[in-house]
Write a protein that binds this ligand. Structure first.
Ligand code: ZN
Length: 112
């Protein structure tokens, strides 16, 4: 199992600015992980790593967070009321003094 959590549980977003948090949330969405997930398996960690490598390169080249190369200015759930992929109401909550965003249909608390 892999831990990338804060003492309160969930992914630790404390030392980062808003753009980094937005990027992390995009990576979690693309990997199908809920930001509140406490432990993820090796397979999910590998998917998260592969997605991070691919999308960080896209973001570096574009000069912004890119969660969808076909629509680089769009976000899947970040600051949205409805998931852009499935239309479900985006779930929001406070995580490390910031608003966290997740799709209840596309992102799971447990590794998939
Ligand atoms: Zn969704």
């Amino acid at each position: 199992m892999v831990r990338a959590t804060s003492p309160q549980g969930g992914f630790d977003a404390r030392p980062y600015d808003g753009r980094v948090v937005e990027g992390v949330e995009a990576l979690l969405f693309l990997t199908g992980l809920d930001p509140g997930a406490r432990d993820i398996g090796a397979e999910a960690a590998g998917r998260l790593w592969d997605t991070a490598v691919r999308h960080l390169a896209l973001g570096r080249d574009a000069g912004q967070v890119v969660s969808d190369p076909g629509a680089p200015d769009e976000r899947w759930v970040y600051k949205r009321e409805r998931c852009r992929r499935c239309g479900a109401a985006v779930r929001t909550w406070t995580l490390a003094s910031r608003t966290a965003y997740a799709c209840p249909a596309d992102q799971h608390l447990h590794a998939i």
